[in-house]
Design a binder for this molecule. Sequence first.
Ligand code: PLP
Length: 358
Amino acid sequence: MRPSAPAPRPELSGIPAYVPKPPRPPAAGPSHRLFLNENPYPPLPSVREVIAEASAATNRYPGIFPERLIDALSGKLGVPHSHVITGPGSVGIYQQIGQAMLKPGDEVVYAWPSFEAFPIVVRMAGAIPVEVPLTGHTHDLDAMAAAITPRTSAVLLCEPNNPTGTAVGAMRLKRFLDQVPSDVLVVLDEAYFEFYRSSDAPDGMALYRDRPNLLVLRTFSKAYGLAGLRVGYGVAHPEIAEALRKCAVPCGVSSIAEEAALHSLDAEAELFARVERITAERERVRAALAAPGREVPASETNFLWLPLGQDTERVTSELERHGVLTRAFPGDGARVTVGEPAANDLLIEVAEQLIRGR
Ligand SMILES: Cc1ncc(COP(=O)(O)O)c(C=O)c1O
């Protein structure tokens, strides 16, 4: 018998809602958005000019792909044009990965907690998530390698990790990559690459060259402050890059986003000075929040992880009441984006009050 109404694919019923309810700002007083790992600084005046100029031509379609941006990235990264993939944010590229590289019944290994898009992409493809718990807030690379079976088609790895901010470093990452069979795709998500300060920071662009199974993702959303324009990119060998391009939404990167991204590559000195301020603030906030018995893992990103366990909801609601909007992972911890100094000061002050009032 035919069903009485159109039915979505059954896989969708297992997909968690990607966007949790955003924290609510208090009715009065200022509030600070520290829940989405955004760059707190508004676009540079020169970027706004470029955006305004590009807006004059929005009656025209952009290119199927943002070819000028791809050229610029290929030059900057020293990789062939055919190796560069773009999308409306790196989450757009994840959808391409799901369509191009995952089949129903495939196993996909990733750490948990990690980027919240992972289970969605995997389930959407009808593939099976294999979640490997973090150990000490960090990827357990040995356990991840052990979780790979003949049915594994991909590993998703966020370095540094979201939501914990922790990093495994180049040495351990290389050792892991060498253990992954050559027919298993590894997606190395470097969304926070520009905030990574350790001398052992891996560089996906160097790693992918002699690893045809590695796909590296980066974004203009974080260090470049263009989250609202939706533009991300990836680099992989041509077989993977071509497959992903086949699954891309045509004209998926707007001409405004392309112009702003192009200009931002030229304005890196100014933008990276802001990144420097954010990483300095990150260390200041971490030092202020950490104390004996209060662990705040070292972060290589623009956010900090507070492993609050059962206290998470109490603390995040209290922060919310004071206008500090963070991302709660109930029962586990809170992720707090590094904001402008005033936001960070307020976070520190409220956290101190909460601890003293315990
Ligand atoms: C690990 C990771 N990858 C990708 C993204 C999304 O980036 P985009 O804005 O490029 O889609 C985020 C955003 O929070 C992230 O944390």
